[in-house]
Design a protein around this ligand. Sequence first.
Ligand code: GLY
Length: 393
Amino acid sequence: MNAPRNPYYASVAASRTVAHHQAALMRAVDRLAATMPVIGLRNPKIGKPDLTWDYCNGPDWVMSFQSGQLWLAYQLTGDPVFRESAQARRPGFRAVLQNRKARDHDLGFQFSLSAVADWRMTGAEVARDMGLRAAEALAARFNEAGHYIQAWNPPGPHNRERAAFVQGRAIVDTMQNLALLHWAFRETAVEDFREIALLHADTTRRHLVRADGTSFHTFVFDAADGRPLRGETHQGFADGSCWSRGQAWLIHGFAQTYVTTRDPADLETARLLAATAERLMGEDRVPVWDYALTDGETRWRDSSAGAIMAAGLYILAGVTEAEEAARWRGFADRLIDGLIADCDLTANPAAQGLLGQGAAHVTAGRSNTMLPYGDYYYMEALMRSLGHDSFFW
Ligand code: GLY
C-alpha cells in the first residue's frame, strides 16, 4: 500500500500509528508487571502450549531478555519494582563470568541487557565491572587468522571433530553481540575492543552476507590459517537459503553498528539487507521462518524475526534522509502492525509472554511458540517507533 500523498492524510495516518503502537506498548508493560510475581527471578526460555514459560536452567543465551524488558519498563515508568527485579538477577550473570564453558559469543546479548543496562540506568560500578569482564571474555574469542569471533564452544575435551566444527565457525547472530565491545571501548579507551568489533563486522559483510543481499546463517573458516571455506545453515532450511531471523540479526546489527561507526559501508550493508528482506517478504506482515520456502513446505511464521527486523528498520530510518527514512519506517510499521494483529498476546490474561508464533528452531521441532527475545525486541521496536532512542546496545 502506498503512503497517502496528501499531508493531512499522512499526519492522520501517523497519529493513528502512534496511538496504536502506544497502546500496544502500554499493554506490554502491564503484562510484564502482571507476570512478575509468577516469573520471579527465573528467566523465560521458550513458551509452552498453554502460554506459560519453560525457564532457563542456568546460563543460557536467552537469559537476559527478561532483564532487558524489565530495564525498558523501568526506563518508561520509573517504577523501582522493575529495577529491583532486574538487579536481583545479577548472581545468574555472575555465574556466566565464573564458568568458561558458559561463556560464548552470546556474552553481548547477556551483558548488554543486564550489566550495561544496569550501569547506564543506575551508575552501579559493580554492574560496569561485570560488563567489562564480559567484554574481555568476548574479545578473547577472536580468531586472529580469520578475523571473526568464534560463536560456540566444544561440548567436551575429547571430541576433536566437534572442536574443529565450532572453532572455525562464525555466525550472523554475533553481529548483535558487538555492541558490548563498542561500549567497552567507550568506557576504557582500550583499542582492542573496537578493533575486534570492526574486524568481525567486516568479515561478516564479506562472507556471511551474499552479493544478492541474502545471508548465510553460519560460515566455516580454516581455524588455523583463516581460509574462508563455505556457508552452512544451523537453524535455517538449507545451506543456500535465507533464515529470516538471521537476516533480522544482520539488519539490526549493521544499522546499530553504523550508529556507532558512521562508516558508510555499514549503512550500505544494512540497506542491502533491509531491501532484500522487503523484496522477499512480498505482501507478508509476519516473516516466514525461512525465505526460501515454497508454498508446499511448512510455512511457520517467526514473530521474533519480525520484531528484531522492525527495531533495526527504525534505527535505519533514524540515520537516513527523509524519503528513504519513510520507506524503512513504513516497512517497520507494517511488521509491527502484523505482530499486533496476528501475534500479540497482551490481551490474553493467561499468556505469560507478549508474542506468539515464534520459531526458535523449526528443523528441531521448536516452532509456533512464545520466545523471550521476540518479546524483548517487540518492546524495543515499539519504543523506537514512538521516538525513544536510549537503549543498551
Ligand atoms: N541466537 C540464536 C537464535 O537466534 O536462535
